[in-house]
Each structure stands twice: as structure tokens, then as C-alpha cells.
Design a protein around this ligand. Structure first.
Ligand code: NAG
Ligand code: NAG
Ligand code: NAG
Ligand code: NAG
Ligand code: NAG
Ligand code: NAG
Length: 598
């Protein structure tokens, strides 16, 4: 019996004695150094880690922390000070084992980008995820004589098509875009924090293009492929999964760019408008949109299944997308026909005057949203080539009504301040309540008419940290698991308190489209399926979502209140929470939002 661990020990010794591991680590990354390669059965008594001969005590030294009684040493973040020799000394009865790691650190991340003149490139630069972004990073370009000059990324330029632009101001991602590269752009670029910390450097090489091929749609004239397999059982679940995947991806982009405020958007609607555009996209643009939507390349039936999905949702969600285009253009006939077939939308010519076009679009939106949203545009430029627009509105009534008597309560905001708000309250509301372990959140499900449910996810406290931790865990798999768990849970009576809210939010679609990997739409997209004469540039994309929680609209007698004498659970959402409006019939998210201030 004793033989086995000793065997391991010997193997370990032989292996370890022959090894001194060298690592090159990137500044800002994380490293985990294992003390023992084989852990099971090794009767270790003590483990001592040293760094450049200095004892790393039981806690930590610099950014190095001992984990699991010394089995691992974690270095996070790696900085220049982390460079050196790390030694792990493991002692067992009569045996000592030594493992050495030699770490060198690259001061910043370097890239070389070789580009053909005239193309658009991205110069990457990121802050550590652990730092707080207080100011944008600074970019410099070396000017040959050892000098360097700052790049002008400010908004002072009136040029709409700025060549150089910061993609996500005040974000951890400080990547900049350089459009239409010219020979003079070649050289070495540096990205640094305002404190002078080096974040990245990019060496740009600009090459002269071979003879550029003239713009032509010659190879892209075919219509969108027909869906040959309308009855396939795999199409619908595939679409549902990709929508959930797309939705949670989108939520992570939205929450990153607005970490504190109220949020609301309708992933199903943004998905719908991009799918509509996909109908006319070809080549690289088509692939990029497919990737953004998380659908496979050959999923011809996407438009057919989306149409079915919209029909399933029609009971509660009004959703319409439309394409407006310049009167000087003629869209291709097949696109026009397929738009009508799949999206019930005949692409519409803008009018000759800006006022006329503005009014036309706004009244289209008002009509499609039952007058919930009346204005999206203040004006439409006569130069506009293409406008892609989508509006949604949802109305669902509580299956079980709240108290009719108006009440007020105190909502605790992220900063601890309390505000008095009108609330929805019921002493014995019938709801499914659960603590979802994976999310570490209390979740309540509120049934609505039209086969939808509102899920409210309460982080454990009202701090920003808890809220962000919950948001980080909200992947598509976690959400689908949560929905399954909540669907099968049995309803119970609980004392429920919700704030009455009215959200009317316009998330920045331009940023979202870029984050989805679709910047190329703004540069010049291959929309040959839609228009063949010249390259099109997406001018504008907007999304506006509106949601209200009120005491309204519950049919009398919907609740059978059977009163037992016991203490009821409580669910009080009088502090920041996340909400998910889910359609149970179509099994897709309709709205995702965050309420930090009702
Ligand atoms: C490191 O600390 C351990 C006890 O924590 C001690 O036994 C050992 O001698 C120290 N080693 C050095 C090199 O200081
Ligand atoms: C670790 O690497 C540095 C730099 O390459 C070298 O000077 C030093 O001797 C190395 N130490 C060991 C133990 O290999
Ligand atoms: C179209 O495709 C053919 C064959 O792949 C290629 O030779 C030709 O250059 C393409 N035409 C254009 C305009 O891209
Ligand atoms: C658009 O189509 C109409 C009718 O088919 C035609 O008269 C007009 O010249 C076309 N316009 C362009 C710019 O091709
Ligand atoms: C578009 O629809 C019209 C009317 O239904 C039809 O006549 C025409 O052939 C269709 N065109 C294409 C390219 O499918
Ligand atoms: C929208 O337009 C259609 C057709 O013109 C009309 O029947 C409908 O009543 C309108 N809806 C609203 C809410 O204005």
C-alpha cells in the first residue's frame, strides 16, 4: 500500500530535478505556477515558495499569492516587478523537492500589422481588466528622429469620416481604428496610460496595393438561397440557441459601456434587423453578420424560421423592421420580394425632402409600436443612402394582480442613497422563487399573458460589485439553465414588492454594431444582394426600447388565493436588479434590462 505514493515521488523527483521552466509572461496577464505536477498521494508536509531568494510568506508578496496551501502560486497581474526566479520547495518525510520557474516579462504587448494601402486597420490597446478607467489612453507615433507626436483622437474634428478614431471611449478596450491607410501611416505607434504605463505598441507597415479590382457585384448576383427544409426539426432550436447566445453577448457589450445606469434593449429586435440586412449581404459582409448573429454559414432557413418566430410572438410583441433608401437608387428585385416574403416589409424610398422623410419614418414607427414610440429621428439627411430601423413594443399583463391601492416604498440605489418610489406590492403573490446557485442570485418569475414571463434577478446586495459579478455570470447557458429550473419550479405564495418603473432607453447601436464585429458596415459593405451599382455605407442604425411595470391589466379572478397559515417568503426588488423578459412559447429573450434607479 505504501509503495504507490513513493513511486510517484521518485518519478516526480526525476522529472523535477531536470526542469527549470522558463516563461515569458505578458505585462498585465495572470500566471499560475504549480508546485507539484502530480498532486495525488504526495504526502507533502510543508511547501515554501521563494522569489529571488525572498520568502513568500503565508499571505503574499507583491502581486504573488500562495494558493491551496502552496500547491499553486498565483501572480496577478504580472508586472515588471514580477520578473525573476520563483522556487517552490516541497518537503515530505525524508524527501525535498525543488521546482524553479524563471519568469521574464514583456513590458508591453507588441503587434506588427502589414496592410495594403487604402485598407482600414485596428490598433489594439487594452487596460488591465482590474484597473478603473479614469481617462482614455494616449496614443503616440514615432517620428523618425527618436521623437514622437501624440495622435489627435479628439472630437474637435468636424470631418464625419475621420480617419483616426477611438472605438470605445472610456472603455477598457482602447483600440483605435485607422481608416484608409496611406503610405505616411507606416511607423511605430505607442499606447500608454495617462500615468505613462506602456500598454501596447504597434508597428505598421503599409504596402502599395496590386492593381485594385474595380468594385463589382458580378460574382454576387444570386438571391438568398431558398430554405429547402422548412419542416426540419433542427432549424428552430438552432435559431433559439443562436438568439440566446447573441442576446447574452449583446448584454455583455451593453453593460460594459454603461456599467451603472438603467439599461434596456430588445435582443430579439436587434437580431431581427441584422437578419433583415443579412438577406442582402454577400461575401465577407455576409460572413461577418452570420458570425455576429451566431448562426452557421449555410443556415439558409434563418429568414423562414425568424418569420415563424415572429408569428409565435405576435400575441405580446409588436416588432417591425424596415429599410428606407435613397430615391436615386433601385434595390434589386429579389431582395425586395424576399423582404416582403420574410419580413412583411417592402423597402421604401425616402422622399425628396428631409422633412418629408423624417415624418414618414416617424409615423411608420408610431404605427408599428401602437403609438408607444412616436419619434426616432429629428431629421434625415438628403444624402442618406440607406437607413435600417427597428422598433418593438411589448405589452403583457400580470397573470396575478398586485394590490390596487397605490403604495410607496424606498428603493436603495447603488451608492446607498434611498429614493421614494411607487411600488407594486402583494402580501401573498403566487410566484416561482428560487436561489440560483450558479448565479448566486435570488430569482423570481412573474407570469404574464401572451406566454411570456418576467424574471427578476436580485444580486445578493445593492453593491456594484455584486451586480457586476452577477452580470459576469450571465452567459447564455447559465440563462437557459435558469429558465429551465424556474419553469419546473412550483409556484408559492410570497410577499412581493417591485418598484413601478418606466424605462425608455436608446442604447448606442453604432457602438454595439462595432462590438459585434460589424464595423465594416460603416466603411463600405458588400450588400450586393440588395443593390449592385456601387458600394453602400451604413449611415445610421437605431434601437429604442420602452418598458413599463404598472399595476395594470390583470383580469379579475385570475388568482385563486388559497390561504394557509404559514409564514410566506418575501421577494423585494427595492434595490438594483436585472430583468429578463422571456417568451416561454418561442423560448427566446425579448428584453433584457437593468434597473439601478427607478
Ligand atoms: C522561509 O520561511 C520558513 C517558515 O515560514 C522558514 O522555515 C525558512 O527557513 C524560511 N526560508 C528562508 C530562505 O528565509
Ligand atoms: C533566468 O533568466 C535570466 C535572464 O535570461 C538569467 O540571467 C538567469 O541566469 C536565469 N536563471 C536561471 C536559474 O536559469
Ligand atoms: C469572379 O470570380 C472569378 C472566379 O472565382 C474570378 O476570376 C473573378 O476575378 C471574379 N470577379 C470579380 C469581379 O471579383
Ligand atoms: C430605376 O428603375 C426605374 C424603373 O424601373 C428606371 O426608370 C430608373 O432609371 C432606374 N433608376 C436607376 C438609377 O437605375
Ligand atoms: C418578384 O415578385 C414579382 C411579383 O410577385 C414577380 O413578378 C417577380 O418575378 C419577382 N422577381 C424575382 C426576382 O423574384
Ligand atoms: C397602422 O397602419 C395601418 C394601415 O394603415 C392601420 O390599419 C392601423 O390602424 C395603424 N395602426 C396604428 C396604431 O396607428
Amino acid at each position: 500500500m505504501k509503495l504507490h505514493p513513493i513511486c510517484c515521488l521518485l518519478l516526480q523527483l526525476i522529472f523535477e530535478l531536470s526542469s527549470c521552466s522558463h516563461f515569458r509572461a505578458i505585462h498585465g496577464s495572470s500566471l499560475e505556477l504549480p508546485c507539484l505536477s502530480i498532486q495525488t498521494g504526495f504526502p507533502v508536509e510543508t511547501i515554501i515558495w521563494t522569489f529571488n531568494g525572498k520568502n513568500i510568506s503565508t499571505q503574499s508578496l507583491g502581486s504573488a499569492t500562495i494558493k491551496k496551501d502552496g500547491l499553486y502560486l498565483s501572480i496577478s497581474p504580472v508586472t515588471a516587478a514580477s520578473e525573476g526566479e520563483y522556487v517552490c520547495l516541497a518537503k515530505a518525510t525524508n524527501v525535498e523537492m525543488i521546482r524553479t520557474f524563471n519568469i521574464t516579462v514583456d513590458a508591453s504587448i507588441g503587434f506588427t500589422i502589414k496592410v495594403i494601402q487604402g485598407t482600414t486597420i485596428y490598433l489594439p490597446c487594452h487596460f488591465l481588466s482590474t484597473t478603473q478607467v479614469k481617462a482614455n489612453a494616449l496614443w503616440f507615433k514615432e517620428t523618425g528622429d527618436g521623437m514622437r507626436s501624440p495622435l489627435n483622437l479628439g472630437d474637435d474634428s468636424t470631418d464625419v469620416y475621420k480617419r483616426l478614431e477611438q472605438l470605445y471611449p472610456m472603455d477598457h478596450d482602447q483600440t483605435i481604428i485607422l481608416r484608409n491607410t496611406i503610405k505616411e501611416d507606416a511607423g511605430l505607434y505607442h499606447c500608454e496610460s495617462t500615468e505613462g504605463e506602456k500598454l501596447s505598441y504597434v508597428y505598421v507597415i503599409v504596402e502599395v496595393p496590386p492593381t485594385p479590382p474595380p468594385y463589382s457585384c458580378d460574382n454576387f448576383t444570386t438571391a438568398w438561397e431558398p430554405c429547402r427544409n422548412e419542416n426540419s426539426r433542427t432549424g428552430e432550436p438552432l435559431l433559439q440557441e443562436s438568439i440566446a447566445d447573441f442576446s447574452m453577448k449583446l448584454y455583455s457589450y451593453v453593460r460594459e459601456s454603461q456599467p451603472y445606469s438603467n439599461l434596456l434593449f430588445s435582443p430579439i429586435s436587434i437580431n431581427g434587423v441584422l437578419s433583415h440586412l443579412l438577406l442582402g449581404a454577400r461575401g465577407d459582409t455576409r460572413r461577418a453578420i452570420e458570425r455576429a448573429l451566431a448562426v452557421p454559414h449555410d443556415f439558409y432557413c434563418i429568414h423562414f424560421h425568424l418569420k415563424e418566430l415572429r408569428e409565435k410572438l405576435a400575441g405580446s410583441l409588436q416588432m417591425a423592421s424596415q429599410i428606407f433608401y435613397n430615391p436615386q437608387m433601385n434595390l434589386s428585385e429579389s431582395f425586395n420580394n424576399q423582404s416582403i416574403q420574410f419580413y412583411e416589409a417592402a423597402p421604401t424610398r425616402l422622399l425628396e425632402t428631409s422633412e418629408g422623410s423624417t415624418q414618414m419614418i416617424n409615423s411608420w414607427v408610431a404605427n408599428k409600436t401602437n403609438n408607444k414610440i412616436k419619434q426616432v429621428f429629428d431629421s434625415v439627411s438628403p444624402n442618406t443612402q440607406l437607413i435600417l430601423i427597428n422598433a418593438v413594443s411589448f405589452s403583457g399583463q400580470w397573470k396575478f394582480e398586485f394590490d390596487k391601492k397605490p403604495k410607496k416604498g424606498f428603493f436603495t440605489k447603488l451608492n446607498g442613497d434611498m429614493v421614494k418610489v411607487p411600488i407594486l406590492h402583494h402580501q401573498k403573490y403566487l410566484t416561482v422563487l428560487s436561489f440560483i446557485v450558479r448565479l448566486k442570485a435570488q430569482v423570481a418569475r412573474f407570469a404574464l399573458t401572451g406566454d411570456s414571463s418576467l424574471y427578476i434577478l436580485l444580486p445578493r446586495s445593492n453593491t456594484i460589485t455584486e451586480l457586476q459579478q452577477l452580470e459576469l455570470k450571465m452567459t447564455d447557458t447559465a440563462m437557459r439553465e435558469m429558465i429551465e429550473e424556474m419553469k419546473t419550479g412550483s409556484p408559492q405564495h410570497a410577499e412581493v414588492t417591485l418598484p413601478q418603473i418606466k424605462l425608455d432607453v436608446q442604447p448606442d447601436m453604432r457602438i454595439l454594431i462595432k462590438k459585434l464585429g460589424l464595423s465594416s458596415l460603416f466603411e463600405g459593405a458588400n450588400l450586393c444582394g440588395l443593390y449592385t451599382k456601387e458600394k453602400l455605407v451604413l449611415d445610421d442604425a437605431r434601437h429604442r426600447a420602452f418598458l413599463m411595470l404598472t399595476e395594470w391589466g390583470v383580469e379579475a379572478g385570475a388568482v385563486t388565493t388559497v390561504s394557509f397559515s404559514r409564514t410566506y417568503s418575501t421577494f423585494s426588488a427595492l434595490r438594483p436588479f436585472i430583468m429578463l423578459l422571456w417568451n416561454d412559447h418561442a423560448n427566446v429573450p425579448l428584453f433584457i434590462g437593468r434597473v439601478t434607479e427607478p
